[in-house]
Write a protein that binds this ligand. Structure first.
Ligand code: C2O
Ligand code: CU
Ligand code: CU
Length: 486
């Protein structure tokens, strides 16, 4: 597959004519036979200007017809790329039947005005122009955008609305990384009926696992083939864009070398055999083409963490688990890594971008996740005993103070905790120090677990949110308002 050519073509502002010579016959044929392909909009001369339209769309998911929600007719939406210092202007139109908006997950930009303002609601048929600057010192990394109107987030993200937002910078300039072949993998599960329509989730599903589907798409289709030259490096930039599903990733016979997490680069590559990726999380890895040239599968391994307890607790029925549950017993193939050609052996980078060790905290806070039955509402999802309320400030944080946030899960299933605007470092799990420093904006907290994170909010004042990134939990109340003050 000549995926590269598609990206180049999409990224170009000059259009297909100039780039036509790089297209092979096969790619040209695919271009004419497919309406949608991964589009890229990259900034030029310091400006990323894009028209983005959310709508209900009929498209092909793999070889099946699907009725999804899309940005510009594509699922996932176009990949946006900017550099530190750039201005971003997104002319957004909502052609969905319900209100929506855009959240820039992981970007360090203002939570107010025309930037990462999740309190905006853009009614059906209306447009809004988002405009903000990517700060000059913004880390390079894999970020993303998705809707964030409270109560509709799970439905709209599960329906297909999300896209990558890449900031290119110092990490991309490291020679070994620059020499690697880059691929983006947006992981997203679907639960469609035989007509290609999204099955409406039961109340039970919303209140337990959150909506999940059995077919797992990677980008715009299923099981793509990614090529790697013998001796070369493959850089996989992976986003979990699922509303509720956690992935456990492994490649047959190949370890991953993690080079970046949600908030950007690690200090040095970390070798692991598998990666657990909860909703909203991103990871960047290098894969070495140093095995017998062949085809190897990128697998999603079964992950039942926290589910048995939860099933008992909610007396979840088998039928419901079958309907949307994530209780798979066997690994599934997400993509295939195929050796093709060879290059002289590329080494792994030794150093990446140094990570600052944050000083000891000036203040410690505690966030407890739980749920309980609320009269007339059914199950409510709570942080510190409270459901989300638009007019209540839950947490007020002064800029430039180092704080430790203790995340305590007293519920019966995982709750991936996410904060907008500022990134944090995980310090410990159940008192045990984590093996390496990383910048995160989502961290999974298992039942009975206490995770300690260190955060220093800076630069931007205003109200924003933190919440569970199982989006049904968020919509059912597991979100709080964070007020950032100078
Ligand atoms: Cu990706 Cu508030 O979330
Ligand atoms: Cu976010
Ligand atoms: Cu949750």
């Amino acid at each position: 597959m000549k995926r590269r050519q598609f990206f180049w073509l999409g990224a170009s502002t000059t259009g297909a004519i100039v780039l036509a010579p790089v297209l092979t016959g096969q790619a040209r044929q695919l271009l004419t036979s497919r309406k949608s392909f991964p589009q890229v909009h990259a900034s030029t001369d310091g400006l990323l200007a894009v028209d983005l339209e959310a709508s209900n769309t009929q498209l092909n998911l793999g070889d099946k017809k699907a009725y999804l929600m899309s940005y510009n007719g594509q699922v996932p939406g176009p990949r946006l790329e900017a550099k530190p210092g750039d201005t971003v202007r997104i002319n957004f139109t909502n052609n969905l039947p319900k209100p929506t908006n855009l959240h820039y997950h992981g970007l360090h930009i203002p939570p107010t005005g025309k930037a990462d303002n999740v309190f905006l609601k853009i009614p059906r048929g209306e447009s809004f122009t988002y405009e903000f600057a990517i700060p000059k010192n913004h880390p390079a990394g894999t970020f993303w955008y998705h809707p964030h109107v409270h109560g509709l987030v799970a439905e709209q993200v599960f329906g297909g609305l999300s896209g990558l937002f890449v900031v290119r910078g110092d990490l991309d300039e490291i020679p070994e990384i620059k020499a690697a072949k880059e691929e983006f993998l947006v992981l997203k599960d679907f639960d469609l009926d035989s007509n290609g329509r999204i099955k409406p989730p039961s109340q039970e599903i919303k209140m337990t696992t959150g909506r999940t589907g059995k077919s797992i798409a990677v980008n715009e289709g299923f099981n793509p083939t990614l090529s790697i030259p013998k001796g070369g490096l493959l850089r996989l930039r992976i986003l979990n864009a699922s509303a509720s599903r956690t992935y456990r990733l492994a490649i047959e016979e190949h370890p991953f070398y993690i080079i970046a997490t949600d908030g950007g680069s690690l200090s040095e590559p970390v070798e692991v055999k598998e990666i657990r990726l909860t909703p909203g999380e991103r990871v960047e890895v290098l894969v070495r083409g140093n095995k017998e040239p062949d085809r190897y599968r990128l697998l999603n391994l079964p992950d039942e963490r926290g589910e048995m307890d939860m099933m008992e607790h909610h007396k979840m029925t088998n039928r419901d688990m079958m309907h949307g549950g994530t209780k798979e017993k066997h690994p599934t193939t997400l993509a295939t890594i195929a050796y093709s050609g060879s290059v002289s052996t590329l080494p792994l980078p030794k150093q990446l971008i140094p990570i600052e060790t944050l000083p000891e905290p000036q203040r410690v806070r505690r966030f407890e996740f739980n749920h309980s039955m609320v009269k007339g509402l059914g199950m409510a999802f709570l942080i510190n005993g409270k459901m989300f309320a638009r007019d209540r400030i839950d947490t007020q944080v002064r800029l430039n103070t180092v704080e430790d946030w203790e995340l305590v899960n007293n519920a019966h299933q995982d709750h991936p905790f996410h904060v907008h605007v500022n990134r944090f470092q995980v310090i410990s799990r159940n008192g045990k120090q984590v093996p390496y420093l990383a910048w995160k904006d989502v961290v999974s907290v298992a039942p009975g677990e206490t995770v300690r994170c260190r955060i220093r909010c800076d630069e931007y004042v205003g109200k924003t949110v933190y919440h569970c990134h199982v989006l049904d939990h968020e919509d059912l109340g597991m979100m709080g308002i964070l007020d950032l003050i100078a």
